[in-house]
Ligand binder design. Sequence first.
Ligand code: FPP
Length: 237
Amino acid sequence: MGTPLDSSAAALRHIAVIMDGNGRWAKQRHLPRYEGHRRGLQVARAMVRACAERHIPYLTLFAFSSENWRRPAVEINALLTLFGEAATLLSEEMVNNGVRVVFIGERTRFPVKLQRTMTNMETVTAGGKTLNLTIAVSYSGRWDIVQAAAAIASNGGDFTEDNFNLHLATTDAPPVDLLIRTGNEQRISNFMLWQAAYAELYFSEKLWPDFEKTDFYSAIDDFSGRERRFGDVGKAC
Ligand code: FPP
């Protein structure tokens, strides 16, 4: 993080997505909630391809929040199983497509086997040059800020913005330019609180499993029409 702010609307380097609506999608079909998550994983794969096609170098997906631990055990277990399967089965696809995968969040809360699977995916994809895919698991924006502050305090470092940028979980990524949330809710839900300080927000009424590449491209087109001022005066002034 910490790269200079760019007032050009065309500079779209980092998209972050709150993939909301899996549970409702499943409920509408009288399916268990995890079927919505399964379908949601396929949509996430499609968005990874879409980012690569549009030459967007950073994509961050909110796959499991710190607050999601409050969900029923059956849903948590289904999600953890899905993460493990995805990390195992999709590693080769990510390598072939030049995708570098990084997991951020409090991963020590996950079973050790899943932690190893995540680390393995990070290791095998580390050489990816096309797209940096960050998957946020057991993540929250407040957790990230607190862990960065704790790390700075333990090193005796300075509490400056630059130093925070260096200690946040997303330290390798530029600030979020576009934050997309699906599922017809208009809130940030404790995601990327620091990183999305100047992000353009885009809310879609569609449930995540129904979100298509064309919807993703619409969000990008909408972003292109926005004037980003970063606190400065606009072009019209
Ligand atoms: C929010 O919808 C979604 C989640 C908590 C899980 C997201 C996980 C995936 C899309 C699959 C895995 C993806 C990757 C990239 C590993 P919700 O369950 O809160 O939906 P609702 O608001 O309709 O109940």
